[in-house]
Write a protein of this length. Structure first.
Length: 340
């Protein structure tokens, strides 16, 4: 049986609660793991003067995959501080951000939603080229789109579509940004020739936002530029139960890092009530990436069982603690895989 080395980075705030919860569930799969615990984030910066210490980088490179909690960032600029997660995405070449969103057995939630947003993670408007003119009265941000990165993310998205329902929506605003999104569309269109089995459509980003709210079940895989993906994946999380349930993966050439979409939630940190499901589903996504489909599926089914049995943290209207939810999901995972 394979043995996996997993780097665990709890980070700050509720990262310290949801990552131990996800670890419990991983252990319930009966697979063999070597966990390497590594530090990063705001507290690490305050203690050691660096957000991502050298040994953390070594750990993520040694690991088969990394499970990351969340980090806090100050809202004013602090000299020497940089965001640990943004740094790791860049350092590890994590070019694809995947955010699945599915219907869950919760009161009032629409059924039949099962989509995957594939977000380009390295360029677009978040490339970070900004400057000011006229004594700061005018600010300009550049939106960088390259054929190389667009082709790479397109191929990644088509491969995902092939493994799913074979439908891909290409999200853009080429009607206004005709050069940059024009290039994106052209690059994706080129890759589409290699995937005649996948039914491809183009959707303008604003229309896509509305369709995500009104007809979310009409999507399978969606591929888009960085900022569109950032915003629309919050919409897809919003229609499927919110931040407490939203997992993500960052996949690249030098590794893969999985993390809940939410942040460090300082308003509830330390209270034992954070919803661990986003982190647990991120761990399932990680297992799927490692080729452990059966264990990944078992965890997801166990999550759905907990939700339909009303084992809910306060963000979903219940009163269960982080640990109680993790325990229930672990128990069900164990009995689905029934190795004991
Ligand atoms: P947030 O995601 O931490 O929290 C937003 C709201 O959702 C809060 O009311 C929080 O209590 C709630 N929430 C989030 N996750 C939850 C969970 N698992 N269970 C129950 N409730 C949950 O976003 P916010 O407040 O904008 O940022 C807080 C800090 O997190 C900031 O320092 C920010 O920079 C950082 N952040 C880090 C991210 C990362 O590490 N990838 C992503 C987003 C924010
Ligand atoms: Mg975001």
């Amino acid at each position: 049986m394979s043995r996996y080395t997993i780097a665990l980075i709890e980070g700050d705030g509720i990262g310290r609660e949801v990552i131990p919860a996800a670890r419990t569930v991983l252990q319930a799969t009966g697979l063999s793991f070597d966990f390497i615990e590594a530090e990063a984030g705001w507290e690490t910066f305050n203690e050691r003067g660096v957000s991502v210490p050298e040994e953390t980088l070594k750990a993520v490179y040694r690991a088969d995959a990394t499970l990351f909690g969340a980090v806090s960032s100050p809202s004013e600029k602090v000299p020497g501080y940089y965001s640990a997660i943004r740094y790791l995405r860049q350092e590890m070449g994590l070019f694809a951000n995947i955010r699945p969103a599915k219907s869950r057995p919760l009161a009032g939630m629409a059924t039949g939603i099962d989509m995957l947003i594939v977000r380009e993670n390295t360029e677009g408007l978040y490339y970070g080229v900004e400057r000011t003119y006229a004594n700061g009265e005018v600010a300009v941000a550049e939106r960088v789109v390259t054929r190389g990165a667009s082709t790479r993310i397109a191929r990644f998205a088509f491969e995902k579509a092939l493994q799913r329902r074979k439908r891909l929506a290409v999200v853009h605003k080429a009607n206004v940004l005709s050069l940059s999104d024009g290039l994106f569309l052209q690059a994706v269109g080129g890759v589409a020739q290699e995937y005649p089995q996948v039914e491809t459509e183009t959707v303008i980003v604003d229309a896509c936002a509305m369709r995500l709210v009104r007809h979310p079940a009409s999507f399978d895989v969606l591929v888009m530029e960085n900022m569109f993906g950032d915003i629309l994946s919050d919409v897809s999380a919003g229609v499927t139960g919110g931040l407490g349930l939203a997992p993500s993966g960052n996949i690249g050439t030098k590794g893969a890092l999985f993390e809940p979409v939410h942040g460090s939630a300082p308003d509830i940190a330390g209270m034992g009530v954070a919803n661990p499901i986003a982190a647990i589903l991120s761990a399932a996504l990680m297992l799927d990436h490692l080729g452990e489909r059966q264990a990944a599926k078992a965890i997801e089914n166990a999550v759905n069982t907990a939700l339909s049995n009303g084992i809910l943290t306060p963000d979903l209207g219940g009163s269960a603690s982080t640990e109680e939810v993790a325990e229930k999901i672990s128990e069900t995972t164990r009995s689905i895989l029934s190795y004991d």
